[in-house]
Ligand binder design. Structure first.
Ligand code: UD1
Length: 421
């Protein structure tokens, strides 16, 4: 098991590349099984979660060619409809394959997915929608078996919460369904738009309405296409927090500023300066950052839950008291105890966390319990005095390509000891 050692309180300065979004790449990779021709995916991040998706595709019978950030997938000969439990358990997003496999094979056999420990992460909305479309589902011993007796039916599906995964699964299971499938209260994250854009390039007919519904008009076939994954807005936010905590001056290359619209006001409130020119974002700060009054996580276009932990790590160093309200996941404060180990003053009560900023924190040994919590430890370690040692890096490697290399390039004293898993 590898560990990250960070010698903190060194100013970061320089350029950082932002790669493709993990949360976009994963559903797009799953959706390639619906395409009769070759798909060329550019800007695909090199991450363990992407590797798991490629292993699933290969297991199902797809041919994969990989060259750095470009992946070519040919799913013509897919002949399996099951995913082994050991692959399902490696990441929660493996559940996105369910909709795609049902769409292509009219049956599927998967187990309940694994993934981040963010409290209960049910898939009831996914399964309810599939049932409504005419899928027969049997659940036994952690296994989900699905089959379509006749044909899938186009439906008006109303989500009680705009779940990202459920929206993706419904889109994937309905692309070939005759008529119009309407998803009311669909998720609107940029990664959903990227999936829709990819599918439309392959010949799908999917559009969004002003009221926030997604409408899928069934087509008989999807071709292959070439597609570039959108930039990772959460990785961008993480580097922004890392630069701010060290009072640095960095240039992020390859961002989409529109996707960061809920992030900019938070940094502005903290006194961090930003300037965007095309796909480049410069960020700098001269004085100690100020607290941010409220950070309330919400579905897009609200403040993303995935950015809560890294902003909290930054707020631990800010002048004044910041308040966080986590509205998306029940158990997304596991990084708090670790921040406290570093000397942060954070109190949690239910969905709310109150952070009283301290001028400095002191490096120590900390653990990561989930992907973004791991990133928060990196941000805190970069800001803290002395050495911070972070363990459980398998979480970090699920979502951040080359993080230590990128941080080292801009002046961080960071090194990994031991081999990646
Ligand atoms: C996706 C993202 C994840 C992000 C989350 C919220 C990917 C690969 N992951 O996860 O990084 O944090 O969106 O933006 O894109 N829920 C139910 N029943 C369901 C489905 C969801 O109750 O059937 C609940 C969840 O427990 C959670 C909330 O809805 O509390 C949001 O979940 P959802 O939007 O589905 O997140 P994911 O798709 O798992």
């Amino acid at each position: 098991m590898s560990k990250l050692l960070i010698c903190g309180a060194h100013r970061l300065e320089g350029r950082v590349p932002i790669y493709g979004a993990k949360n976009s790449a994963l559903p797009i990779l799953a959706s390639t099984i619906l395409c009769s021709g070759e798909c060329v995916i550019h800007n695909c991040p090199i991450l363990s979660d992407v590797d798991v998706s490629l292993k699933i595709l290969e297991y199902l019978g797809a041919k994969i060619q990989k060259q750095n950030h470009d992946i070519i997938i040919n799913a013509k000969n897919i002949d399996r409809y099951d995913i082994p439990e050991f692959l399902m358990r490696q990441m929660r997003s493996s559940i996105i394959f369910l909709g795609a496999i049902i769409s292509r094979m009219k049956k599927a056999k998967v187990s309940f997915p694994g993934g981040c420990e963010l409290g209960p992460r049910p898939i009831d909305l996914h399964l309810k929608a599939l049932k409504q479309m005419g899928v027969t589902i049997e659940e036994h011993h952690g296994c989900i078996e699905c089959h379509v007796e006749k044909k899938l039916k186009s439906q008006e599906i109303s989500l009680s919460f705009p779940s990202v995964g459920a929206t993706e699964n419904i889109i994937l299971s309905s692309v070939f369904v005759q008529g119009k499938t309407k998803i009311i209260n669909a998720a609107r994250e940029p990664e959903i738009t990227d999936l829709i854009n990819f599918l439309n390039k392959c010949g799908a007919k999917i559009f969004t309405t002003k009221e926030g519904s997604v409408v899928v008009e069934g087509v008989s076939k999807l071709t292959g296409t070439e597609h570039r994954i959108i930039p990772d807005r959460i990785a961008a936010t993480t580097y922004m927090a890392a630069a701010a905590v060290t009072r640095g001056d960095i240039l992020l290359e390859g961002i989409c500023s529109r996707h960061l619209s809920a992030i900019f006001p938070v940094f502005e409130e903290m006194g961090v300066k930003t300037c965007v020119v095309k796909k480049q974002l410069r960020l700098w700060i001269e004085n100690r950052p100020k607290c941010v009054k409220f950070v309330r996580t919400m579905p897009y276009p609200g403040f993303p839950t995935d950015a809560q932990a890294v902003i909290m790590a930054l707020s631990a160093f800010c002048k004044g008291t910041s308040v966080f309200v986590e509205n998306i996941f029940e158990s997304r404060y596991k990084h708090v105890d670790e921040l406290v180990r570093l000397g942060a003053n954070v109190k949690v009560e239910g969905k709310t966390a109150i952070v009283r900023g301290r001028r400095s924190l002191q490096g120590t040994t900390v653990k990561s319990y989930d992907l973004r919590g791991a990133a928060a430890m990196v941000v805190a370690g970069l800001g803290a005095q002395g050495e911070t040692c972070i363990s459980n890096l398998n979480h970090l490697d699920r979502g951040y390509e080359d993080i230590e290399k990128n941080l080292k390039t801009i002046g961080a004293l960071i090194k990994r000891v031991g081999k990646k898993n």
